[in-house]
Write a protein that binds this ligand. Structure first.
Ligand SMILES: [Zn+2]
Ligand SMILES: [Zn+2]
Ligand SMILES: [Zn+2]
Ligand SMILES: [Zn+2]
Length: 340
């Protein structure tokens, strides 16, 4: 499922299968939730734990990413018989549910509450409560009109409004609130153009990412590194990865000022520190004394291969001179020497 192409660690260039990563995470999530779902307040509603474990084993692995409602119902019915009910799965949903008529959704739920499996007589269908996160209807036992922002609405629409969710979803969303599991470049890169706040944060993050690396190698960097602790560490160690809490703070304008403060202290350290200055690059094109650092993203062009820095303005399209030298040397050494 495209929307389920998930979270964490797709930042690593080696992980070519985002889907595999996503499925792995869905599995991990699910495992965690199946172990702890006594705390999910479903316990009173669950018919038997045996039923749960059967379902867990029977659902094929490839179905563990989020499926759309119809598919999911179809598959579950096939596995369990048409009367089968299974508790909601702890999944991260990345799509906004289309508005479908109540009757159609409830029919697809086999006229049962998704939370507890209680059959619903058709005259009571109107009393069921909608969960905006799962896109399904619940009885009043399973839905207490709790409200939450919805991850998909934040990520796709930059919409932070609160919507009604069932108790299960409320608990799930609260429990993932602080976890950096949303990779904006995977889920919706366009968010950086849609939201100016996001774009500014990304720019500050990119600089802090390089500065932190540099400061960690500096003997005198300790005190300025302390300042990085004002924000969660993933924000200055990985790009594109956010928790819902981060996104809310960005929207409220609470995160950028902190990042800017850290940026200011860090650059002023580097400017005044002999050890850090010794790690600057001299642009090979112009040989000027103006030292270059990878964090200077506005003026520094960095070779993706050898990581050498050049002035953006100086860099010629022919490629990185250092890499060209390395390639030339290799060709030279591979040229067969004349036979004796
Ligand atoms: Zn219920
Ligand atoms: Zn230093
Ligand atoms: Zn230059
Ligand atoms: Zn290079």
């Amino acid at each position: 499922c495209l929307y389920c192409l998930t979270f964490r660690s797709s930042f690593e260039p080696g992980s070519n299968s985002a889907e595999a990563t996503a499925q792995e995470l869905c599995r991990a999530f699910r495992k965690h939730w199946l172990q702890t779902d006594s705390s999910v307040q479903l316990s009173g509603c669950l018919s038997s734990s045996k039923q749960r474990s059967v379902l867990k084993e029977e659902i094929p692995r490839e179905l563990e990413s989020s499926l759309n409602l119809a598919e999911e119902i179809k598959i579950i019915s096939k596995l369990r018989g048409s009367s089968g009910w299974s508790p909601p799965r702890s999944q991260i949903i990345f799509n906004i549910h289309p508005s479908v008529k109540r009757d159609a959704v409830v029919a697809a739920q086999n006229f049962t509450c998704v939370g507890c499996g209680t059959p619903i007589e058709s005259k009571y269908v109107g009393r069921l409560r909608y969960c905006d996160y799962l896109g399904k209807y619940f009885c009043d036992c399973c839905h207490s009109y709790a409200q939450s922002s919805i991850p998909a609405r934040i990520l796709l629409k930059w919409d932070f409004k609160k919507y009604y969710v069932c108790n299960f979803s409320k608990h799930l969303l609260d429990s993932i609130w602080q976890h950096p599991i949303f990779n904006v470049s995977c889920v919706n890169k366009a968010l950086y153009t849609k939201s100016k706040e996001m774009d500014r944060v990304r720019e500050a993050q990119e600089q802090l990412f390089h500065l932190k690396k540099l400061l960690k190698t500096c003997r005198f960097g300790e005190s300025v590194l302390k300042e990085f602790e004002q924000v969660p560490s993933h924000l200055t160690e990985e790009l594109h990865l956010f928790s819902l809490d981060d996104l809310v703070k960005i929207k409220r304008g609470q995160l950028l000022p902190l990042l800017k403060d850290i940026l200011k202290s860090s650059t002023s350290h580097v400017d005044g520190c002999e050890l850090c200055q010794a790690k600057g690059f001299i642009c090979e094109f112009c040989q000027s004394a103006d030292l270059l650092f990878p964090y200077q993203i506005a003026k520094c062009k960095r070779c993706t291969e050898c990581k050498t820095c050049f002035h953006k303005a100086c860099f010629k399209s022919g490629g990185c001179p250092k890499c060209l030298r390395i390639a030339a040397r290799r060709t030279f050494s591979e040229t067969p020497s004349p036979a004796p």
